[in-house]
Structures are given as C-alpha cells and as structure tokens.
Design a protein. Structure first.
Length: 446
C-alpha cells in the first residue's frame, strides 16, 4: 500500500515513522490496542483492521476481568472484537520516537458496531444530531496534579506523600508553573504537533495543580483529542522523571481536578444555533437544550463521574459544583453560561478529570436533545451562592446513587439503548463493590 493513499498523511513516511499504534478507548477512556510496524499497518491493518480480546470491555481499573457482562464473559469464551481503523484520527505522536496513532471503532464478529464501546455511544448521539443537520462542538478544560516523583517511585511508596511541585496555591501564577516548563512546554507544543490544539496552560488552585485548555472541535474529534492528550501528558511527565494524575480528588485536603466541558450546537452549514441574531440574545434552541441538561443531568451523572473517587470532589466551596442549576458566569453552579454571539456556550462543571469524554459528550447531547424535543425551558438564571441554597437539586453523593439513577432513567434507555445502559450500570456497581470490600489507610488509622 502506497504511503500516499492516506489523505492528509504526507508526514507518514518511513524516514519519519516506523511504528503505528492502533487503539480504542475503553470504558474508562484509556487507550487499548497494539503497535504495528509501518509496512504491516499500510499493507493490512489500515484497510482490514485488527483484533483485540473482548475481555477489555469487562475489566476493572486494575485490568481484572469481571463477571456479569453480556458483551463478553468466560462462558462465551472471551472471543475477539475487530478494531476498524478510522484514518481520520491518524496522527504523529511527537513524544514517542517515530510513532503514529490511529483510533478505531469496535465491531462484533458479524460486523455490527459494539454498542457499549464509548466511541459507539457518542457516534449514536452524533447521528441523532446529523438527522437534524446539526453538530455539537465541545471543548475540554482538564486539570491535573504534577508531582516530582516518577511513576515507579510513587508506586514503590504506595502513592503516599508524593513530592509536591509547588509550595503554595498557584492559580494563575506565572512564576511557579514556569519552574516546570520542562513538562508544560512540551505538553503545549507536542500536543499541537499531534493535532491536539492547545489554547493555553495555567496554574490551578491546588499545590502543583495545572490546567491545560484544548481548543474546541466537533464532538468526536474533541473526544479523540481528549484521550490522546491524557495519554500523552502522562508519557511526557514520565520522560521528564515526573508524574501527573487526573484523579477527580487525589487528596481529601486538596482541590479536585475537573474536566469542564464547553458545548454548543451548530448547523452543518456553520451557523451557531445557540444565538439569535434577530433578538440579539440566546436562541430558543439554546434555552431548550439547557433546559434538557437541567432536567436530565442528575440521572446521567454517572457519565460525568464514573468512579468512586469522582463523588469526593463534590464539596461545598470547593470550585466543584454540588447543585444542578445554571447562571451567567457563576462558578458555584453546575452549569455556567459564558460567551456572546457565536461564542455563546454552556460550561458543564460537573465532570472530573476522570470522566470518559465520549460518554460525557454523549450524555450532554442526549440530555440537550431531549430538552429540544420536549420543548423545555431553562428558566431564569440563578443569582447568588449555589452552594448555600438548600432548595436547589443536588448532584448524587455516591457512585451507587448515580448507578441507581442511570438504571431507572427512561431517557438513557431511549437515547443509548437498554443494553448500553445495563452495561454501564454494571460497570458502576462493580466499581462500587470493589471499593466496599477495600480496607483503606483511613480505616487502619482509625
């Protein structure tokens, strides 16, 4: 297969690339796949795909296969699933020598998409938008903590007392983050070289906490960039002898790490649908879409907060929201509306850094479309401190509660399908049960 048969990949030459990673995101948004020699990728894989074991859709965070899933099991023999390569995702990875990456869609043996796979979940919602001639544009603002220890050193120490990379809170500080430009500069520049466009980086509110903002893009493209960014940032930190974590709440006495998601709707012709030029303000579609987010986000919270740790971030006066309410430029609310004209958008402040972007974006689209279909309205914006208003609807406090809400959600079953909902409810319950059985340092100290 000629190098020139892949559109836009003029950089894919044997003098620049010798390895191509083919991967899919798993239920946690981690990339799973294989490395191929460039000639084999070009001759076979780019057209015909490759296979992975179906057990990847049944594992916990520690990669242990678990029972109770319909998509794969010991009883079914854990057969193969096929990754069909999406050549539009092919990109160089500057942080890995002579290496490129291509993402793909998971297919069953009969050729059908694996409905439970995160990219399939988002694809289904994008198709619903396309039926209306619309598309969603998303932007991810991801926060992380940077530590001075390498990953093996952290592991050997039981992940206790990592070496802090600042001595004080560094939100918007220029001096302290500048001391770690060996990591941050590489992230900004090498991500952009990998077609993951970075707007900026900044210090965040925690000790050694940083935020990198990715430029907005169409929903699937943004989700792909998001997972490439997370994987690449860890690689870069490791190469610099450091480590970083996107945990939603890495320490009880520290600020959580968020993934603020900015969303807006556009026509396929490039018209912003959230703004009404005639009225000089937000459109009816905007009000209905936001109304859907307000009505349905509680029952879809699992897709914003998928781990036990996620719910420890939802604390009063913590910069993480606790109330499902909207306001203009108010960081105490779950939904913060910002921008003007074509830039008008909804910032969902509920997801943490551990969110799977495919699922979080899909939930955003599903809830917003329900608002449009039901002709809901978002009502008047909240004014004041949402943390202190006890009358406001609250986010679930635990993973078990989020799983119950998702299981009983008629909207989720209609938008995603019952098989998909049951799969993620099972994933949530497995995670919660693992935590219930764990004996923690806190218990030993008590």
């Amino acid at each position: 297969m000629s190098l020139h048969t892949i559109p836009g990949a003029t950089w894919l030459s044997s003098d620049r690339i010798d390895t191509v990673i083919v991967a899919v995101p798993d239920m946690y948004g981690r990339l799973m796949g294989k490395r191929f020699a460039l000639p084999h990728f070009l001759e076979h894989v780019q057209a015909h795909g490759t296979h992975v074991c179906s057990y990847l859709l049944t594992v916990d965070v520690a990669m242990n296969p678990l029972d109770g899933f319909k998509v794969a099991s010991w009883d079914a023999g854990y057969g193969d699933l096929r990754i069909a390569v999406d050549l539009g995702t092919l990109r160089p990875l500057p942080w890995l020598e002579k290496t490129a990456l291509a993402l793909g869609q998971l297919h069953q043996a009969d050729g059908a998409l694996v409905a439970e796979a995160p990219r399939s979940v988002l694809s289904r919602q994008n198709e619903r938008l396309a039926e209306r001639g619309w598309e969603a544009r998303m932007g991810s603002e991801l926060e992380f903590y940077l530590f001075g220890d390498a990953y093996p050193e952290l592991h050997a120490a039981g992940y206790r007392m990592p070496l802090r990379t600042s001595e004080y809170l560094i939100d918007y500080h220029i001096l302290q983050p500048g001391r770690h430009e060996d990591v941050l500069r590489r992230i900004r520049n090498e991500m952009s070289a990998a077609r993951v466009e970075v707007e900026c980086s900044k210090g965040e509110w925690g000790l050694g906490q940083h935020e990198v903002n990715l430029a907005c893009a169409e929903a699937m493209e943004m989700a792909d960039r998001h997972v490439v960014y997370k994987a690449g940032a860890k690689e870069i930190a490791s190469q610099q002898g450091k480590s970083l974590t996107f945990m939603a709440k890495w320490a009880a006495d520290e600020a959580g790490s968020s993934c603020h998601i900015h969303s807006s709707l556009w026509s396929r012709l490039g018209t912003a649908l959230f703004w009404d030029d005639t009225a000089g303000g937000p459109s009816l579609i905007f009000r209905q879409f936001l109304g859907g987010l307000l009505k349905y986000s509680r029952e879809l919270t699992y897709f914003f907060a998928p781990t036990v740790n996620s719910y420890k971030r939802y604390e009063s006066l913590s910069w993480a929201p606790t109330a499902v309410v909207w306001a203009h430029d108010n960081r105490t609310c779950g939904f913060r509306v910002v921008g003007h004209g074509d830039a008008l958008r909804v910032e969902n402040r509920m997801p943490g850094g551990d969110a799977n972007p495919y699922l979080a974006f899909a939930a955003t689209i599903a809830a917003g479309l329900a608002g449009v279909e039901e002709r809901l309205d978002c009502g008047e914006p909240f004014v004041g401190n949402a943390y202190e208003d006890a009358s406001l609807p609250r986010l679930p406090g635990r993973l078990e509660e989020a799983a119950d809400l998702l299981e009983g959600s008629a909207l989720a079953r209609q938008a995603f399908g019952g098989r998909v909902v049951d799969y993620y409810v099972r994933t949530a319950r497995v995670e919660a049960e693992c935590y219930r059985r764990a004996v923690t340092d806190w218990e030993r100290e008590r």
